[in-house]
Design a protein around this ligand. Structure first.
Ligand code: ADP
Ligand code: MG
Length: 373
């Protein structure tokens, strides 16, 4: 059982190590998109409002990147000290000098190579800074890093508000109610094959779009011209599965411009760039009665303007009466301007962690919170 930090109302004077995911894009030394930081404030302020003392830790995906711009952003909202180090005596000293209601942000955890190696000594150093551990970084919970799986072995551990939101939002997708459909698109079959295999066990139908469909066209022996494929060799097994729905009409781009055609009639010089809206619309009768819909992955190369398939699909899922759970970094960017966010039951911002959670039913960071004594 995982406990929420909300269960603790005795945090005055306590030092709480909060593992957040405030790995935000930085441009010209400034925070370019503050969403993840703003969301992290809920857990931070839940603790500081009680007079707790927060030691805030996060990574940046750029290993050499600094959290200094994040500190500058946060300093406008909360009493925050920023330490240029990650662990060691300077971190000890700074953590012990915190007053009630204050926050100490440590530097990018990945500056210390022991973080990604899940080094037990590093976990011990982090744990020694605090009395309590909170994981609020669901989007990194698929990583077995020291701050995610090492520290919770050493301290009483809790999930933060964002962590719980993702966990509760995604859990229903693990046990869909019939009629159910999973719609998977995007680029690389190899990164999604274990997810697809897990979904085939639970969902009534699995629709394959985006460049994933190209692998199946190849398995069928179709010419796909210059289209993107992952070449995993897994596609043949999928073809034989009666639950798989493969769209049969596509939008191709080529020397003569873009055209709609059958997937079996793509020219050597052409590139499949989108699933044709007519093929997407074939899902309509199913979506109109679906109890559970899961969607990950754009239907086409939307960054290059091939977004019709994705737009039509997003609208259709949005009007489906059942539960509809969606997620994926590119999936969210692809529907950003459609104004449909309110229509979905849950929108996950956990990216790769979402895919792993749906494939395996759990994540190392979830297990770590669960296995405490
Ligand atoms: P998500 O981040 O939502 O999980 P992915 O990362 O799997 O999604 O895939 C998104 C990428 O897939 C986008 O960059 C999109 O352009 C690309 N894509 C989808 N269909 C095609 C296609 N037919 N050809 C080339 N790229 C495609
Ligand atoms: Mg992506």
């Amino acid at each position: 059982m995982i406990h929420s930090i909300e269960e603790r109302t005795d945090l005055k004077g306590k030092r709480v190590l909060v593992r957040a995911d405030i790995n935000v894009p930085i441009q010209d030394g400034k925070v370019a998109d503050s969403l993840r930081i703003d969301l992290a404030l809920q857990t931070i302020q839940y603790i500081t409002n009680q007079g707790g003392r927060v030691i805030l830790i996060s990574h940046m995906s750029d290993v050499a990147g600094s959290l200094a711009p994040v500190a500058e952003y946060l300093q406008k909202k909360i009493p925050l000290h920023f330490l240029l180090g990650v662990a060691g005596p300077s971190a000890q000293k700074a953590a012990h000098h915190l007053s009630d209601g204050e926050v100490l942000l440590l530097e990018n955890l990945r500056h210390d190579a022991r973080e990604e190696k899940n080094d037990p000594e590093f976990a011990k150093e982090l744990a020694s800074l605090a009395d309590i551990y909170v994981n609020d970084g669901f989007p990194v919970a698929h990583r077995s890093h020291a701050s995610i799986v090492g520290v919770p072995k050493l301290l009483p551990s809790y999930a933060g508000f964002q962590f719980f939101k993702e966990l509760n939002g995604l859990t229903p997708a693990l046990s869909p109610e019939s009629p159910s459909i999973a719609i998977i698109g995007g680029a690389k079959l190899i990164t999604k094959i274990s997810l697809i295999q897990a979904l085939l066990k639970k969902y009534d139908k699995v629709f394959m779009g985006g460049a994933l469909a190209n692998d199946l066209y190849v398995a069928k022996g179709y010419e796909i011209g210059k289209s993107l494929v992952s070449g995993t060799g897994h596609a043949t097994n999928l073809l034989e599965n009666p639950k798989i729905i493969l769209p049969m009409r596509v939008i191709v781009s080529g020397p003569l411009g873009a055209r709609e055609t059958r997937a079996s009639e793509v020219g050597k010089e052409e590139t499949i760039s989108d699933i044709a809206p007519s093929s997407i619309r074939e899902l309509k009768p199913f979506l109109e009665k679906a109890s559970s819909t899961l969607w990950n992955g754009p239907m086409g190369n939307f960054e290059k303007g091939f977004r019709q398939g994705t737009d039509v699909l997003a609208e259709m899922i949005a009007s489906s009466p059942g539960k509809k759970i969606i997620g994926g970094g590119d999936t969210l960017s692809s529907i950003q301007n459609l104004g449909l966010s309110e229509k979905f039951t849950f929108i996950s911002s956990a990216g790769g962690a979402m895919l792993d959670f749906l494939a395996n039913g759990t994540l190392p960071g979830i297990e770590a919170l669960d296995n405490r004594s």
